[in-house]
Design a protein. Structure first.
Length: 273
């Protein structure tokens, strides 16, 4: 990389090159081994006579520490006269490194900005996703709640239907039982009425039989039959078969008894009717 004009590194390099050249020229006649002489010079202090004479930090020693803290050059400035060219060259190397960093700062800055922008975009992406996720969670929870409420309503409707069904079945069973009981009651009442009617008819018949007997006394029947035979005998004579033919008993005249009594029948018979 080309040295920047008016830079400390360029000036220091130029001075160091001139110093080394002068050193080589002055020692060329004395020492034919140039590399060895150069190595000795590179490891010798630059200005040992000035060492200990620098008073810059005597009145403000904290400035050396501040320069170290901010730039790392406080000790370098204080110890520079007693440093070797190799030690000073390390500062030049650090400056070259800094220049490389400075030359690449725009690209590095752009990369950092792009990186920061990317991180920000990623966080914005996460933010949008989180917001959408929260909205989705609310919708899912609402859906779960709606399904839960619908299920509870369904279970409630099932219980109501079961209760209504049980009530209807109990009502039907009760109506059937009432109908059966009513029919049995009607049957029992009908049987009771029939039994009561039968009993009344029996009592009536019994009472009628006791007050109006259907059969005549045996002696009355015998008297009537004898008289009927005597009447036929006197009518047809002793030689006619009609006088002795079997005749209907006088006890039960044809057409039944008039006025319903045996005494009246006998009275009519004797009267010639």
């Amino acid at each position: 990389m080309a040295d920047k004009p008016n830079s400390f590194a360029s000036a220091f390099r130029s001075a160091l090159v001139k110093h080394n050249e002068n050193s080589r020229k002055s020692s060329a006649t004395d020492t034919p081994d140039i590399p060895k002489a150069f190595a000795d010079r590179a490891n010798a202090p630059i200005a040992p006579s000035v060492t200990g004479l620098i008073k810059s930090f005597d009145s403000a020693p904290e400035m050396q520490g501040l320069l170290n803290s901010y730039f790392g050059i406080g000790d370098f400035l204080a110890e520079l006269p007693g440093m070797t060219p190799n030690q000073v060259a390390q500062m030049a190397d650090q400056l070259d490194q800094l220049n490389i960093l400075l030359d690449n700062l725009p690209a590095i800055e752009q990369n950092l900005r792009s990186y920061i922008e990317g991180v920000v975009k990623y966080h914005e992406f996460v933010n949008r996703c989180v917001k959408e996720g929260v909205s989705g969670i609310k919708k899912v929870d609402q859906s779960v709640l709606d399904i839960f409420i619908a299920h509870k309503g369904y279970l409630g409707d099932q219980k109501k239907l079961a209760a209504d069904s049980s009530t209807s079945v109990a009502q039907i069973d009760n109506e059937v039982d009432n109908y059966v009981n009513l029919q049995e009651h009607k049957l029992q009442e009908a049987l009771k009425r029939s039994a009561k009617k039968l009993k009344a008819e029996k009592e009536k018949e019994t009472s009628k039989s006791e007050t109006e007997p259907n059969e005549k006394p045996v002696e009355m029947v015998a008297v009537l039959d004898t008289r009927a035979r005597l009447k036929r005998l006197m009518q047809y004579g002793t030689t006619s078969p009609k006088a002795f033919a079997p005749t209907k008993s006088a006890a039960v005249p044809e057409g039944g008894f008039k006025n319903g009594t045996a005494a009246n029948s006998v009275f009519e018979f004797l009267s010639g009717k």
